[in-house]
Design a protein around this ligand. Structure first.
Ligand code: ADP
Ligand code: MG
Ligand code: MG
Length: 917
């Protein structure tokens, strides 16, 4: 018969059974149970207890709700040990043993499953405790909590049924807060609660503590499959088959008297990562009172003032636990009559900002290695850093509507909704919603996930709303006490201001402020010194370079300040769309005579030259890849349908014109539009993506690309003369056959030489190509004979390899494919390793064989996707190029790829000295 029950003192046995590995111990005892046993061994004051394993839970669930054989007998033996350890007896009126029955899975799921406190209370023990205390307040308060929790958790009775009785009694007693209720009030409430249990479940509340414990244990096992637990696991990617352990633990009482308290604390600040304890506590309170957010908590600094020695003890324990776990800890503690007890420790949830700071600080403190610091911060967290914040200029002197606690940073703008279901229904990218509640409960998580921001009027830094918001990166402000929420009238009021459901508000989770209306946001700059250091460590280990896709000098500047090592893609056609240039480009397209076309092209020359000059100056010393014109020409003309409509309009108007000059002008306009329409029709292609674009345009209209190359070289030579270190790389798009490249390169290089001769300045340069058509990848050896660099254009390469049009597919069948799991992920977001990746691998090999010094990179959107960056690293590319905002993410992802390689080589760094204290 397997051993299902382990005392907190039996950690050695568990380790012997699981091979000593902490992960495996956590798998069996759950995170809470493993840490309670671990703290017991470390000598941290933990109330006695035992754990029923996750194995027991899984056996119970798979038997359809039947406790496995032997479990209950083992539990009773363990209860006997507790009785001995505490000198109390289960159900013994003279010294009643009370326990909690606590859920605890391998991965922490705060508040997602159930816990029952004060098991062991019944009429007899309550009366006896009341008699010996001379007052029933404490005893019946414990009892009513048990009745309430047992009723909701074990018997599935609605919370409201209990709340109503409590409110009713308060009304008759003429008090407004629970604390003013006396012993007789609580005794009466217990009677009412027993009646609630009877009415709603058709059963009596079981007075036998052993039966209470058994049924509570089963209920906690079942809570693993409760809706909110399942939703939470799905949202956080926790497997559904782990099961939960149950921890049975002797009660300690933070609600015993005024020298008692209960609280939660983080060993470092969970929002900013700053060192030092952060937390909330409540005097004369029990367990749930703090996290429920229903009573106003006090910050821990209050404890430091009132009981400095207890505060120091807590600080000391937190530090020890931090060293032991080498991570920031989140503790639950209770003070019973001046004695400190720790009830839980776990790695604390934190914001991305705190994660970065804590990783860097801990590496500096020698608690972890730099490598570990890098591994702890995910690329997704760096992404969160780059989330928008409010534009300070837009805020200006605007008065905030209200202020609360800043618990999850970032800026959120959305329409107010007052309940989670509505948030879930209404929330979308087009219609973002902000969830506003008095407080949140685990049942609200679906609505919190659907909202872009979260606001509560109650609660502290460790309230449910704060924890969940932080974990899922939703900006949040809690404890906005000046805000009155009218859930029935569906509005909130702050002073005279009224905000109704559907009105827009702006939530500043970084500063804890709310504003009426929509405030524009700006993207955060990367001035965070901790992130900068972490990324510099990333640069030390990564092997693959990071460049940026940037078309304008201001983008290039941002890219460089984010750490880009060059430009991997400058799209020259973007410049053609600017209002002062488009007419020139159109004139060029419309030209019927070659001298007309030449004239238009030459008008573009100085404009392009100055664009490139800007880029070269910003990228002084770094390579700049400039891609020659790529899109089909019709994109520069008005759409044929638009022109047809305009023409119909004009012709109609013509009939009503009076004066000759008016008529002349209209006729001229009609003629022009007519010409545009003919041209647009002539340029029309059924599949423009596979049509006259890229290198094909260059071959058909050589003047245009020759001008672009002249502009590049004139800019480069001019900058070089001014002392700028320029490295232009000219890139020819959409090549399918080496002959295309031969023709283009010959003509273009000639133009480049000509400019260098004219200016008398020589600059280093390269000619290369994009690899974005399977044929180019397949014939990479031939192409590499002419190209000095390859840049994988993975957007087009994915389209052409899959044979699907991205624009159509992402609105159409691809959505369905992803939903049904036909494709594991969107190939336009994450490189398709098995198909596109294999083509790339082939091209890399063939290319390098033909030209060993061939420079290779990627410039599709995949260049900013962490998984794809990992693949590029493995393929041995020289760099990835991504949007300037994603450069920091790419730097970290590249480091992660390099570290994963090293781990595979089993090259292990020595453990830092201070660890495992
Ligand atoms: P959760 O996972 O929701 O935090 P817990 O099992 O940790 O659930 O318990 C809920 C609350 O009850 C916590 O505040 C915890 O500290 C408190 N609690 C649990 N067991 C005891 C106990 N034996 N004595 C005092 N307080 C307890
Ligand atoms: Mg807990
Ligand atoms: Mg392309």
């Amino acid at each position: 018969m397997p051993k299902y029950i382990y005392l907190f003192t039996e950690l050695d046995d568990v380790e012997a059974r699981t091979g000593g590995d902490h992960e495996a111990v956590r798998g069996l005892l759950g995170g809470k149970g493993a840490n309670l046993a671990d703290m017991t061994r470390l000598g941290v004051p933990v109330p006695h207890g035992f754990t029923a394993t996750t194995e027991a839970c899984n056996a119970y669930l798979s038997a359809g709700g039947e406790l496995p054989e032997g479990l209950w007998e083992q539990a009773l033996e363990a209860v006997a040990v507790l009785e001995e350890q505490t000198g109390k007896g289960f159900g013994d009126p003279s010294a009643p043993l009370l326990v909690s029955c606590r859920s605890g899975a391998k991965f922490s799921m705060p508040g997602m499953m159930d816990t029952v406190l004060n098991i062991g209370m019944n009429d007899l023990t309550a009366e006896a405790m009341a008699a010996s205390a001379g007052d029933g307040r404490f005893a019946f308060d414990l009892y009513r909590r048990l009745l309430h929790m047992y009723g909701t958790v074990v018997l599935n009775i609605e919370d409201d049924a209990f709340e109503r009785e409590l409110e009713d009694r308060k009304r008759t007693a003429g008090v407004s807060v629970d604390a003013e209720l006396g012993g007789d009030d609580w005794r009466d409430i217990c009677e009412r609660y027993k009646a609630v249990v009877r009415t709603f479940s058709g059963r009596e509340f079981p007075p036998d503590p052993r039966e209470q414990l058994r049924t509570a244990t089963e209920a906690v096992f079942r809570s693993w499959n409760g809706k909110r637990a399942v939703d939470y696991r799905t949202a956080s990617g926790i497997p559904h088959d782990l099961g939960t352990a149950v921890n049975v633990q002797t009660m300690v009482f933070g609600n015993l008297d005024s020298s008692s308290a209960t609280g939660v604390c983080m060993s470092r600040n969970g929002t900013t990562g700053e060192p030092g304890l952060e937390g909330d506590y409540l005097e004369n309170a029990q367990g749930e009172d703090v996290v429920a957010g229903t009573r106003r908590t006090e910050p821990l600094s209050g404890l430091a003032e009132r009981s400095p020695e207890l505060y120091t003890e807590l600080e000391d324990i937190a530090r020890r636990l931090e060293r032991h776990h080498r991570n920031m800890q989140d503790l639950e503690f209770t003070i019973e009559a001046g004695k400190l007890w720790v009830l839980q420790t776990r790695d604390g949830k934190r914001t991305a900002e705190a994660e970065v700071r804590i990783a860097v600080d801990m590496a500096d403190e020698g608690l972890i290695s730099r490598r570990e610091a890098l591994e702890r911060v995910s690329a997704a967290q760096v992404d969160v850093f780059l989330h928008p914040k409010f534009d300070p200029r837009a805020i200006g002197s605007r008065e905030p509507l209200a202020e609360g606690l800043a618990v999850s940073p970032g800026a959120a703008v959305g329409q107010v909704v007052f309940d989670a279901d509505r948030a879930e229904r209404a929330g979308s990218a087009e219609r973002p919603v902000v969830l506003v509640r008095p407080d949140t409960k685990p049942d609200d998580v679906h609505g919190m996930l659907a909202a872009v921001g979260i606001v509560t009027s109650r609660g502290g830094r460790t309230s449910h709303a704060a924890l969940v918001a932080r974990q899922f990166g939703r900006p949040a402000v809690v404890g906005v006490s000046s805000m009155e929420i009218d859930l029935v009238g569906r509005e909130l009021r702050v002073g005279d201001a009224v905000v109704r459901e559907g009105d827009w508000i702006s939530v500043d989770g970084t500063r804890g402020l709310l504003y009426e209306g929509e405030i524009p946001t700006v993207v955060a700059d990367l001035d965070n010194p901790y992130l900068a250091r972490l990324l510099s460590w990333a640069d030390d280990v990564r092997r693959i370079g990071v460049r940026a896709n940037a078309d304008y000098p201001r983008d290039a500047e941002r890219a460089r300040s984010h750490g880009a090592e060059g430009i991997g893609l400058c799209r020259t056609e973007h410049m053609f769309f600017e209002t002062d240039r488009l007419p020139i480009v159109q004139r060029m397209i419309m030209a019927t005579e070659s001298h007309e076309r030449e004239a238009a092209v030459m008008e573009l020359l100085p404009l392009q030259r100055s664009d490139f000059e800007g880029l070269f100056r910003v990228m002084d010393g770094l390579p700049v890849i400039i891609r020659l014109i790529d899109p089909p020409l019709h994109e520069f003309l008005p759409a044929a349908s638009q022109l047809t409509a305009d023409l119909a309009d004009l012709k109609l108007r013509l009939q009503h014109l009076q004066t000759l000059p008016e008529i002349d002008r209209a006729l001229e306009e009609i003629a022009t539009k007519q010409r545009y329409l003919e041209r647009a029709r002539a340029l029309h292609e059924d599949n423009p993506m596979l049509g006259t674009r890229g290198v094909r345009l260059g071959i058909l209209i050589p003047e245009l690309v020759r001008m672009q190359v002249r502009a590049i070289f004139e800019a480069a030579c001019g900058c070089a003369r001014d002392g700028v270190d320029v490295h232009p790389e000219i890139m020819i798009p959409l090549v399918t056959h080496v002959q295309e490249l031969r023709e283009m390169r010959g003509a273009l290089e000639e133009e480049g030489r000509r400019v260098m001769d004219e200016t008398g300045v020589d600059v280093p340069y390269r000619f290369g190509t994009m690899i974005e058509i399977p044929r180019a990848a397949l014939t990479a050896d031939e192409i590499a004979e002419v190209a000095e660099f390859f840049s994988f254009g993975t957007n087009d390469l994915t389209q052409t390899t899959f044979g699907i049009s991205r624009d159509d597919a992402e609105q159409g069948f691809l959505v369905e494919y992803l939903r049904r799991g036909v494709l594991p992920s969107n190939p336009f977001e994450t490189l398709d390793e098995d198909g596109v990746g294999r083509l790339m691998e082939w091209a890399v090999g063939e290319g390098r064989r033909a030209r060993p010094e061939l420079e290779m990179g990627i410039c599709g959107e995949h260049g900013g996707d962490p998984a794809s960056i990992g693949l590029c690293h493995t393929l041995g590319l020289d760099y990835v190029s991504c949007s300037p905002f994603r450069v920091p993410i790419a730097r970290l992802a590249a480091a992660h790829a390099a570290l994963a390689d090293r781990a595979a080589d089993a090259e292990v760094e020595p453990e830092p000295v201070a660890a495992r204290a």
